[in-house]
Ligand binder design. Structure first.
Ligand SMILES: [Zn+2]
Length: 266
């Protein structure tokens, strides 16, 4: 009898292991169901986060990626399979198809496109939180400009090799990405996954840190968002939390102090 009741469970029962977690609770779950999240990039970080957020019952995900699934993605991009790679499916639509099988309650809007000055403000419109699944700083600076301009929280994250970092930006409350990095790093000054590799567990950790921050924000728990830059180096066993408090009163950030959004202007 009990089994039968369970098979016709209410939507909230599906999330019972979340709702019994007191800081989230049924009210937090209802907020997640009503939340809209923009996933920028659906490679390793983006697909892992989309998987976690859809399973958690975030009600609506807009997933943007211009790329196609390749066999060498499967080592770390947990949402995709060999059929996706054989069919060279767009990552955004392949992700949407898999997520629909995982949680049919979630509305997914896949967009196969590049994130650019001409579309980022449209992409961010009506969204409660943005998660970073991109692989380059020019796109992150663009996301930062759009998020700060429109007052939308976003979570920066990146990883290469066994190193990764993440930071939560709540416009008006925390430093933004340009407070941390006034200038965009030159492309050849930083290691990339094609040149330096990437191990799956690095992705898992950074994606998890970003996803929990998105869940806090989407469920209305802004008071507990992370106030630090989290940095991990997993091969050498270092996990650090670097304070951002010194950046908060910076008066010279073009984006969050002066409202100059140079990246949006292209
Ligand atoms: Zn700033």
């Amino acid at each position: 009898m009990k089994e039968e009741e369970n098979s016709h469970s209410s939507p909230i029962d599906r999330y019972v292991r979340q709702t019994v977690f007191a800081p989230l609770g049924p009210e937090g779950q209802r907020r997640l169901a009503a939340a809209r999240v923009l996933v920028c990039g659906c490679g390793a970080l983006g697909s892992t986060m989309a998987n976690m957020l859809a399973r958690a019952g975030v009600g609506w995900l807009r997933i943007v990626d211009r790329d196609y699934v390749d066999l060498h993605n499967l080592q770390r991009q947990v949402l995709f399979d060999e059929e996706d790679a054989a069919g060279r499916r767009p990552k955004a639509t392949a992700a949407a198809a898999h997520l629909a099988q995982i949680n049919s309650d979630v509305a997914i809007e896949p967009i196969v496109d590049e994130i650019a000055p001409g579309n980022i403000e449209r992409l961010i419109e009506g969204v409660d939180v943005v998660v970073d699944g991109t692989d380059n700083f020019p796109t992150r600076f663009l996301m930062n400009d759009a998020a700060v301009k429109h007052g939308v929280p976003w979570i920066y994250g990146g990883c290469v090799g066994t190193q990764g970092q993440t930071m939560t930006i709540v416009p008006g409350q925390t430093p933004c990405l340009r407070c941390l990095l006034p200038e965009c790093p030159a492309p050849d000054s930083i290691p990339t996954c094609p040149t330096h590799g990437i191990l799956g567990p690095t992705v898992g950790i950074i994606a998890a840190l970003e996803a929990i921050e998105a869940m806090k924000i989407a469920s209305g728990n802004l008071t507990v968002v992370s106030p630090v830059l989290a940095v991990v180096e997993l091969w050498e066993n270092r996990i650090q939390q670097l304070s951002l408090a010194g950046l908060r009163d910076r008066a010279d950030c073009p984006a969050c102090k002066h409202g100059r959004f140079t990246w949006l202007d292209g």
